[in-house]
Design a protein around this ligand. Structure first.
Ligand code: C5P
Length: 234
């Protein structure tokens, strides 16, 4: 179990981390939350859960109205289990199912519907209303928690991101290549940063961290350092 950091002035605060796919957000945010004893909120997993549900029930991923109704009814839950953040939809565990290439291919289309985002953002705000949370995604620094006390924008080169995705997928038994991962990242980056509703962007008050040459432990250490500097000024 990772050692906890004692940062009393961080009590009840919100830490928001955004960045493109493969920048290391999920692992960094999860570890950071663990070290601080905070809740970890993976907002991407919520869009993935909805996409998984739509595909599972043959619902059209282009139909915003249907997806909005479903988003309002789905019960998405998270349970921390050691190094795994388990995800449940209506009581059924979908931790692995939401990471399949099929879901990954469709999730950007689903998350681009403003109607869907409205529902998800409201749930995310509710989850963070008491602070004490590390949230990560594409719009946590800009739309979900614009009031976050610490905002971080994680970035990394396409090469590094594709390499990480390739290793993750290969480890989970999916056959793929680095080139395939590169193509998928380029497609998702474009979709996520050019959509009308809450596109991925770096907000002015976010601290940028390029993770291309950093290990996950180094990323977490850097962010803790940034937090220490920042909260000294809060
Ligand atoms: O972070 P992850 O890759 O799991 O996110 C999956 C997809 O969910 C992203 O490609 C993006 O389309 C969408 N997403 C989003 N807003 C967030 C988090 C994720 O639109 N806050």
């Amino acid at each position: 179990m990772a050692a906890r950091y004692k940062l009393p002035s961080l009590e009840g605060k919100i830490i928001a981390i955004d960045g493109p796919s493969g920048s290391g957000k999920s692992t960094t945010a999860r570890l950071l939350a663990q070290k601080l004893g905070f809740i970890y909120l993976d907002t991407g997993a919520m869009y993935r859960a909805l996409t998984w549900f739509a595909l599972r029930h043959d619902l059209p991923t282009g139909d915003a109205k249907i997806l909005e109704v479903i988003a309002n009814r789905l019960k998405i839950e998270f349970k921390a289990d050691g190094d795994v953040n388990r995800v449940y939809v209506n009581g059924v565990e979908v931790t692995e199912e939401i990471r399949t290439p099929e879901v990954t291919r469709k999730v950007s289309e689903v998350s681009a519907h403003p109607e869907v985002r409205k529902v998800m953002v409201a749930i995310q705000k509710e989850l963070g209303k008491n602070g004490h949370i590390v949230a990560e995604g594409r719009d946590t620094t800009s739309v979900v928690f614009p009031e976050a006390h610490v905002k971080v924008y994680l970035d990394a080169s396409l090469e590094a991101r594709a390499q990480r995705r390739f290793l993750d997928m290969t480890r989970s038994g999916v056959k793929t290549t680095i080139d395939e991962q590169k193509a998928d990242l380029i497609r998702r980056d474009k979709y996520d940063s050019t959509r009308k509703a809450s596109p991925l962007k770096k907000v002015r008050d976010a601290l940028t961290l390029d993770t291309s040459h950093l290990t996950i432990e180094e990323q977490v250490e850097r962010i803790i350092k940034l937090i220490r500097t920042k909260i000294g000024r809060l």
